[in-house]
Design a binder for this molecule. Structure first.
Ligand SMILES: Nc1ncnc2c1ncn2[C@@H]1O[C@H](COP(=O)(O)OP(=O)(O)OP(=O)(O)O)[C@@H](O)[C@H]1O
Ligand SMILES: [Mg+2]
Length: 439
């Protein structure tokens, strides 16, 4: 089946006026998103991930300016016609009526900031349906209950009348996801949706998002700084640095054949089974101050593989495959042949090996576990303290790791095993406009 492109972002640039000067936060971002697929945006803090996403919802700070770009979004209107509109050219009112919450919905990092503390959660799920579609109250309430069940809230009828503070963090984030799904959007933007949650709940929320995504053919933009999470949720990855996408590719291409030294740095910083916390790698230095113009490759000062040209000329996106592009002069035909560091390549291979082992272990553990027990434990972990399952049920014997919780390595493991079985042909996630660069 042909892939259906629903979003095409080209050359997006956003700046902010501050008392210190103009911050060039997003400096020419381009990527595409297809129906039913997930693109992860990954990068260090301040790289422009959230600013990029917020432009799609028409959320902008007063001091921001869209300097350039197009965001073509394709959806089906009330008459059943396919419409393509440039979100950046729509008025705030149009975005509120046509896009925001209705066709594009967003899940933020902290559920408390998205929820109204003074309104029962069921009512909050109903709001969007009533506002956008004038759904009668009774019908909206029925649909809200269905959504609460869909996102895995037990005892939904009772929880319907609860206020946000009466729910655990995981439950609150499930409510936020239910609100996001209420108007049946085409695109879900998740901005670090599990970061504020207890680690024991993260994996369950990720699983939920993937399950719903598959069932509803939702397209997802998943923002995170955690490559372990990327491995679990994404089809494609855009790596952002200093307001630009500096590498993009399929999950396999980014994990096992990364070309940009910054991506190598991010991969090296991922913990694995043999690295304890205090030996974790951190990329030396810090990102550039975007108050000042970037000369050459923004990553050059932190890049031990930097070439002379890096200090003068910003690298273009070089094509590696139809789906894989990277902005590093190392890919120029005349550049010295420098590839992924041997140690890192070995480490990734080790992760692959662990992947097979853990996948086998997980499958046999699942075969042993009874469904009833697994279900009780899974739900017990997220209900409020008065209902929570006994500690011995929520932890795997002999470890401090909660049952069912995936470590980043296990996430990579699970994902790469899945990837192996579903390698597909894709066209470029970075768009058609990309050209191979030259010196
Ligand atoms: N309203 C604003 N005024 C001034 N600068 C801003 C404003 N909003 C964002 N920025 C700047 O834009 C840059 C990108 O911010 P953004 O929030 O997109 O980062 P991010 O990649 O989402 O980081 P994080 O992982 O910390 O969420 C940062 O340097 C940030 O300080
Ligand atoms: Mg952010």
């Amino acid at each position: 089946m042909a892939r259906e492109r629903i979003l095409s972002i080209r050359d997006l640039a956003v700046s902010f006026r501050t008392t210190a000067g103009v911050v060039h936060a997003v400096r020419g971002v381009s990527f595409d998103l297809y129906r039913g697929e997930t693109v992860a945006i990954v990068g260090e803090s301040g790289s422009g991930k959230s600013v990029t996403a917020k432009t799609l919802m028409g959320i902008s700070s007063r001091n921001s300016t869209i300097e350039s770009g197009t965001e073509l979004f394709t959806y089906t209107d009330e008459k059943g016609q396919k419409v393509t509109r440039d979100i950046l050219k729509m008025t705030t009112k149009e975005i509120r009526h046509e896009i925001n919450g209705r066709r594009i919905a967003m899940v933020f990092q902290d559920p408390m900031t998205s929820l109204n503390p003074l309104m029962p959660v069921g009512r909050q799920i109903m709001e969007g349906m009533i506002w956008h579609y004038h759904t009668p109250k009774e019908e909206a309430a029925k649909k809200a209950l269905e959504l609460m069940n869909l996102v895995g809230i037990t005892d939904a009828e009772k929880r319907f009348k609860n206020y946000p503070h009466q729910l655990s963090g995981g439950m609150r984030q499930r409510i936020v996801i239910a609100i996001a799904l209420a108007c049946d959007p085409d695109l879900l933007i998740c901005d670090e949706p599990t970061t504020a949650l207890d680690v024991t709940i993260q994996a369950k929320i990720l699983e939920l998002i993937r399950k719903i995504q598959k069932e509803r053919q939702l397209s997802v933009i998943y923002i995170t700084h955690d490559l372990g999470v990327v491995a679990k949720v994404a089809d494609y990855v855009n790596v952002m640095y200093a307001g630009r996408i500096i590498e993009s590719g399929t999950v396999d291409e980014i994990f096992y054949d990364a070309k940009h030294p910054y991506t190598w740095g991010l991969l090296s910083a991922m913990p694995d089974l043999e690295t304890d916390d205090d030996r974790l790698y951190a990329i030396p230095g810090s990102p550039p101050n975007l108050l000042y113009p970037v000369k050459g490759d923004a990553f050059a000062p932190r890049n031990r593989y930097a070439l002379k040209i890096d200090s003068r000329v910003e690298p273009p996106m070089f094509r590696v495959t139809d789906t894989h592009y990277a902005a590093t002069w190392l890919l120029h035909p005349k550049a010295p042949k420098i590839g992924m560091p041997e140690e890192l390549a070995k480490r990734v291979k080790r992760l692959l090996k662990d992947a097979e082992r853990l996948e086998e272990g997980r499958m046999s553990a699942e075969a042993i576990a009874t469904g009833a027990m697994a279900g009780a434990v899974a739900e017990g972990r997220e209900v409020s303290a008065d209902q929570s399952a006994p500690k011995e049920m929520t932890e795997e014997p002999g470890t401090n790791k909660p049952a069912g919780m995936l470590t980043p390595e296990e996430a990579v493991a699970t994902r790469s095993a899945e990837n192996a079985s579903r390698r597909r042909k894709h066209s470029s996630p970075c768009g058609d406009g990309r050209k191979e660069g030259g010196v």
